[in-house]
Design a protein around this ligand. Sequence first.
Ligand SMILES: [Cu+2]
Length: 182
Amino acid sequence: MKPFAITALAAAALSLSGCGENLGQGPVLHVASGYIEMGATPDRPAAGYFTIKGGPRDVELMAVSSDLAQRVEMHETVKENGIVSMKPLRSAPVPAKGELEFKPGGRHLMIWNINGAAVRAGKLPMIFVFSNNNNERILFDLTIRQAPQRGDSSGAAMDHGAMDMGGAGKAAGEGTADAAKK
Ligand SMILES: [Cu+2]
């Protein structure tokens, strides 16, 4: 078992140096990756997904925003009695040395009216706000992808026009957007 343990340690060290930061000092809270998928039509919100790696302590992701989008909300997709709906999230936990993932079919960002220049550039600069260190802010560019053209199930899962919104109060804006499109 010893040789295996040593190999695992070496691999861990390699992956740390691969990040190019904080060698030997333990984990640092950071956004590891992420992308945005545009809505199926221009009047629909885009969806954002990302992975955040936790630091030495548990923290909460309190908000995500962008100067180049009209509005950004954190949502959670929930399935109850076979019915899929979305609920606005006030915050999301990033466990110490763990990971917070926003991904299709789960937690996601909804992003309205992304600036056209950002869409053409293929990336949206975003601000992630955390509960630690007086609301630490981390800047990260999310890559922008076009909506999938096929009607596959993962795309359908993010078709918010077809979903019931939970938490009616905070979701009123999205209802308005949907109504305007009809
Ligand atoms: Cu949503």
